[in-house]
Design a protein around this ligand. Structure first.
Ligand SMILES: [Ca+2]
Length: 295
């Protein structure tokens, strides 16, 4: 997923560069190689929990989350209006993002989008989310991360980490993806995985391990994919690896849009629910030692 603002700026940049003869800018030669030169043994890493939302209260904890509101289409021609928390509730230990078919501010659907920006921002570590995703055709749901500050420029230059995405028209499929300046879906070069989920009606545990040189994806404890740019190129820079800055969490269900709406939107099946039991964040106990090994 991405944001409308980001797409607009990207379009402006493309327009500004359209007079150039080169398709790509030259690689900045003065940048140090990122995401390589670290020494550690993956199996020996240990983690300590530093943050969690277990959704144990009776409302969304606004110390952890803000709501991003609006019905702009969000850069993807999405159909929903994101309300100011009206579609998010907490009950019996679960967050429920309820996506409804209802007219609201000239939009035919409503939902809510939670972001932890400025309240829970993280760099490196392990993130776990135990979640059950919507299944109605037309939904497009995601657990994902965006950079707290756009240190390397607007989307996708500062990166995006999609821990999990699902679309209702493929209810047993799951997707995990990263986007960067060079690897992104606008170019068709994004990096990630898709997998068939057994028992898509149930809850599943989605985990990423975000290390200084790779992001590893697991589902129910089973390894699925790693994004490790040093496997592809000799000297990754921020265009392949912007993931050395803090990112924040996003939880949302959209309706329609370029991906979610690719096979239409069902008339029935509303409301639908994205149910989150917990989301937990851990730091790497050995992080400082790993960073100190950088060659
Ligand atoms: Ca819970």
């Amino acid at each position: 997923m991405k944001t409308l603002k980001s797409i607009m700026v990207t379009t402006l940049l493309i327009s500004a560069l359209s007079g150039c003869t080169k398709k790509e800018e030259p690689e900045p030669s003065t940048l140090a190689c990122k995401a390589m030169g670290y020494t550690y043994t993956l199996e020996d890493l240990t983690y300590t929990q530093v943050w969690a939302d277990e959704f144990d209260g009776d409302s969304v904890n606004t110390e952890n989350w803000s709501f991003e509101n609006g019905g702009s289409g969000w850069g993807n021609n999405e159909l929903q209006y994101y309300t100011n928390g009206l579609n998010a509730s907490v009950k019996d230990g679960f967050l429920d993002i309820e996506t409804r078919k209802e007219l609201f501010n000239d939009r035919d659907y409503t939902s809510t989008r939670l972001v932890s920006r400025g309240k829970a921002d993280f760099r490196y570590g392990k993130i776990e989310v135990y979640v059950k995703m919507p299944k109605t055709r037309g939904t497009w749901s995601a657990v994902w991360m965006m950079p707290t500050t756009s240190s390397y420029g607007t989307w996708p230059a500062s990166g995006e980490i999609d821990i999990l995405e699902t679309v209702g028209y493929a209810p047993d499929m799951i997707y995990g993806t990263v986007h960067t300046a060079l690897y992104n879906h606008k170019k068709g070069t994004q990096r990630g995985y898709s997998s068939t989920l057994e028992n898509p009606e149930g809850y599943h545990l989605y985990t990423i391990e975000w290390l200084p040189d790779q992001i590893r994806y697991y589902v129910d404890g089973v390894f699925k994919f790693r994004f490790m740019p040093s496997l592809y190129i000799d000297c990754p820079n921020s265009r392949q690896w912007p993931f050395d800055r803090a990112f924040y969490l996003i939880l949302n269900t959209a309706v329609g849009g370029d991906w979610g709406g690719a096979q239409g939107v069902d008339e029935t099946g509303w409301p639908d629910h994205m149910l989150v039991d917990y989301i937990r964040v851990y730091e790497i106990d050995q992080l400082d030692a790993i960073l100190a090994t950088k060659k």
